[in-house]
Write a protein that binds this ligand. Structure first.
Ligand code: GLY
Length: 406
């Protein structure tokens, strides 16, 4: 019977991620946390109704400043525009609240035009987190078309001489091709497009980008730089930087989280062990770091100068939790258990009053205490849409893994 239940749990997991999971182990979920999950989703649904009331016409939530009681919202071309509909869809999937679903559908209308945006690499975040979830739940042909067009736009930014998708725009595009570790998160859209269209070029671009990034972004200890600036004429490297971190040689927490999630997905989609090993190395770097706090929500930078008084970044913790819940299924049982337990601690921490906002507090966002860009003095100790998105994704993953315990 256990074997049968295990298979059911594996199917849940595979259905969720599009993954063909390997080495799926049985990790014992914490029953009091599992019991709490439905009420966390209910509370999230109510919070997001409050958040939605404070959006302007065709605006997308970005953050909220508690000190000035001000919401900061964006247009659809901001890199975070897909997280709001994505979070609503994850909440709806659990609560079945029609108003939540309708709000997701409403906001995806002004988002759809971004499928043709060739000036950003963030189309994976913007279109896969939104339309990808919508399509998974309701496979409408128009969602599929929007995502294929988005993949085409993203692929148009591939620079063959470098072997990477161009991330940020540069004023000197012939001299600089700027690639950030965050870009690993946009590959999932290309893997998806390759499968649905049968066009191998999307897959090849994703794999080439992952290989180049693995070679040049990482240090010997498997921490990563934020930015590698390439010379598109030669494919050589101009310089390496950590723009949003404490200093160039530091480990900016969210950058480590993007790398962990990105290589986990790349392994899922390719089954090439070198990506699994890369994801494990990143996970081990994070989890063995002496500056990772007890509640496992990282400081905004692992090398922040004012640790232990440095600010935490809940968004990095949420991305790490979700990634570890996938990675623990691919790796060996011993490592898997370590990853699973770490993710569990992260979810418990984020679900506690230390991070999870009280009703109608925090501008209607779910999680407090994220850091967007401290180095640029922007979005410091605030809520962020991507913290919420990866938090509810992690909750969903944890809940689905608990089915095996029933
Ligand atoms: N550039 C995306 C981030 O701040 O993580």
């Amino acid at each position: 019977m256990k074997g049968k239940l295990l298979s059911i749990a594996v199917l849940f997991f595979v259905g969720m991620t599009g993954a063909s999971a390997q080495n799926v182990h049985h990790f014992k979920t914490n029953s009091s946390l599992v019991k709490k999950i439905p009420s966390l989703f209910e509370a999230s649904g109510e919070q997001y109704k409050f958040l939605s009331k404070n959006l302007g016409q065709n605006k997308f939530p970005k953050t909220y400043y508690a000190r000035t009681l001000k919401w900061d919202n964006s247009n659809s071309d901001w890199w975070c525009s897909g997280f709001y509909p994505g979070t609503l869809l994850y909440i709806y999937e659990q609560t079945k609240d029609q108003e939540t679903y309708n709000e997701a559908v409403r906001i995806m209308k002004p988002l759809a035009k971004e499928q043709f945006n060739k000036t950003t690499h963030d189309l994976g975040f913007m279109m896969y987190c939104s339309f990808g979830n919508a399509y998974r739940m309701d496979p409408k042909p128009e969602y599929k078309e929007i995502m294929i067009n988005s993949a085409k736009s993203l692929a148009s930014r591939f620079v063959p001489s470098v072997g990477c998708i161009r991330s940020w725009e540069s004023r000197k595009p012939n001299e600089e091709c700027l690639v950030i570790i965050d870009n690993m998160m946009n590959l999932e859209l290309l893997f998806w497009a390759s499968k649905v269209t049968g066009d191998r070029s999307y897959y090849d671009i994703a794999v080439t980008h992952a290989n180049t990034t693995m070679k040049n972004h990482f240090r010997p200890d498997y921490s990563s730089f934020h930015l590698v600036n390439y010379n598109p004429s030669t494919g050589g490297i101009n310089l390496k930087k950590t723009v949003q971190g404490f200093r160039d040689t530091s480990a900016w927490a969210r950058g480590q989280a993007w790398g962990l999630y990105g290589y986990t997905v790349t392994y899922r989609e390719t089954k090439d062990k070198k990506y699994l090993e890369q994801a494990e190395h990143i996970a081990d770097y994070i989890l063995n770091h002496p500056n990772l706090p007890k509640d496992k929500i990282p400081y905004w930078d692992f090398n922040a100068p004012d640790i232990p008084n440095a600010l935490r970044d809940a968004s990095a913790g949420a991305v790490m939790a979700s990634a570890l819940l996938e990675l623990c299924n691919y790796t060996n049982a011993e490592k898997g258990k370590v990853y699973f337990k770490a993710a569990e601690t992260m979810i418990k921490s984020l679900s506690s009053p230390a991070y999870f906002a009280k009703p109608k507090a925090n501008g209607g966002y779910l999680l407090e205490h994220s850091v967007g860009n401290l180095a640029g003095n922007g979005e410091v100790d605030v809520p962020l849409t991507y913290a919420d998105y990866y938090y509810v994704e992690a909750l969903k993953r944890y809940k689905e893994m608990s089915e095996v315990n029933k």
